[in-house]
Structure formats: C-alpha cells, structure tokens
Design a protein around this ligand. Structure first.
Ligand SMILES: [Zn+2]
Length: 204
C-alpha cells in the first residue's frame, strides 16, 4: 500500500529557487546578484547563493534517517531562526547585505515547512511539529495541495509510479511560478547589470 509522505526534494528545491529569485525582485542592494549577459547560466542565475537556497529548501528532510525525529526539529520555526542566524553570520563575513541573505536563506528553509504543511501525509502523526520544542502538536493544512511522495521501497514499481506522479504535480504547480520569477528577474536586474558593467569599465 502506498503511503504519501509529503513533497519530494524536487518540489522543495523549486520552492527554494522561487525564494532566491523572488528576493532579487525586492529593491535595494542587489547589483552583486547580477552578471553580464556574457556570463555563464550559473552566474546569471545568482551563483552559489541561489543554489544554496534550493538546497536549504530541501535540507530539512535530512532528518529522515532519524526516525521519530523526522518532521520535528528541522521542521520547526526554531530551525528557521537558526538558519537565519547562521546565514546572517556567513553574510557578515562575506560582506554581503545581511538582511537580504537572511531573508533568502531562512525564507528558502521556511518554504519547506509551508510545502509540507500543504502536502498530503498518510503517516501518523500527520504534519510537522512547527512549534517544537515549546509545543508538541503536529500541524497540517489538510488541503493536500501536493499529493506527496513515497519514501519506502524506492525501486518498487508502485513507489516509482507514485513518486513520478508526485514530482510531475509539484513541477506543474511550482515550475510556472519559478519561470515567471526568472523572467521578471532578468528584466529587473538587466539595468543593474549594465550599470555594473559600465562601472567596471569606466569610459576613457
Ligand atoms: Zn519535510
């Protein structure tokens, strides 16, 4: 029997991408997030910080091997605060805009909680311990927006079919959002990038 266990890493990573590129639309110090048209796709997409957001959005499920701790510590608001603190320290060291990096990284992690909250979950107890360690209740929306993937017997035919369905549904919902954010971001950052290029190569 298939038991759905919330969204797949692909769905979570797409949500993290959406946060990274969505944050780039917020006015402020963001010229450092741009790259000229001639740069590689990786640089134009926002380099390692964008990749970090995608990884951070999927990372809370690294608690899966820890059995009864799954969907507790790493799926709580306390973990979001911890990610914010670590991102803030890292940004200060790298001399990046601290608030922007904190919002991106903590926001990416927080999307994991949101996506899981919106997902189907047939395990018991259902949902996530959002308020761990202060409150042991489990939270789930019940709307089953994402049908959920299966984590057991990964190479069995029923599990593979279920996971392909789950991934297809996540991509159908999240990829259009990511594409729109990318297109708007390209437009929004284009002016900043050309300003940067001009200041890098001042007219003689
Ligand atoms: Zn999760």
């Amino acid at each position: 029997m298939i038991r759905a266990f919330m969204a797949s890493p692909i769905g979570h990573a797409l949500a993290g991408l959406a946060v990274a590129w969505g944050a780039d639309l917020v006015p402020g110090t963001r010229a450092w997030r741009t790259a000229p048209q001639s740069a590689s796709w990786y640089e134009r997409a926002g380099n390692g910080l964008t990749l970090a957001c995608a990884v951070l959005a999927a990372a809370p499920d690294l608690d899966l091997p820890f059995g009864r701790f799954h969907r507790t510590v790493t799926h709580s608001l306390v973990s979001v605060a911890a990610v914010a603190a670590i991102a803030g320290l890292a940004a200060a060291r790298a001399r990046w805009p601290v608030a922007r990096v904190v919002i991106m990284c903590a926001g990416a992690w927080a999307t994991h909680l949101l996506v899981d909250w919106l997902s189907a979950d047939r395990s018991v107890p259902r949902g996530i311990q959002l308020l761990w360690p202060f409150d042991g209740r489990w939270f789930i929306s019940g709307c089953d927006l994402f049908i959920g993937s299966e984590r057991r017997d990964l190479f069995g035919a029923p599990t593979m079919t279920r996971n392909l369905e789950a991934i297809a549904q996540e991509v159908a919902i999240l990829l259009p959002i990511v594409i729109v954010l990318w297109l708007v971001r390209v437009k929004a950052l284009a002016g900043l990038s050309s300003k940067l290029t001009r200041s890098d190569h001042p007219a003689k």
